[in-house]
Design a protein around this ligand. Sequence first.
Ligand SMILES: [Ca+2]
Ligand SMILES: [Ca+2]
Ligand SMILES: [Ca+2]
Ligand SMILES: [Ca+2]
Length: 116
Amino acid sequence: MEFLGCPDRDGDHIQDKDDACPDEPGTPEFQGCPDKDGDKIIDKQDACPDDPGIPEFNGCPDKDGDKIIDKEDDCPEEAGLPQFKGCPDRDGDGVMDKVMNALINRVLHQTTVALK
Ligand SMILES: [Ca+2]
Ligand SMILES: [Ca+2]
Ligand SMILES: [Ca+2]
Ligand SMILES: [Ca+2]
């Protein structure tokens, strides 16, 4: 009989007294705790348990590597600056690209309308 009759509530083959997460099936690597996204940060310490991330950001991902985690990054696909919530300002004029693009588009639109 497994564990000489000791209980294993979650059935992950780690007996409850050795299981840091006795109610959640996990792996021996993490003392019986689960790591759903497989980023080696156990779910209960993982601020993003469903997204593989890095320890520096408590298990949250930062796809573009600008040090702003995706969920706080307004431009998760583009490396940017903290003052623009992770969005880039490539020409460095202090106005982020997407605001500038929106302005340009609006001006273009108005110009187009005015010409009609
Ligand atoms: Ca467990
Ligand atoms: Ca994890
Ligand atoms: Ca994670
Ligand atoms: Ca970004």
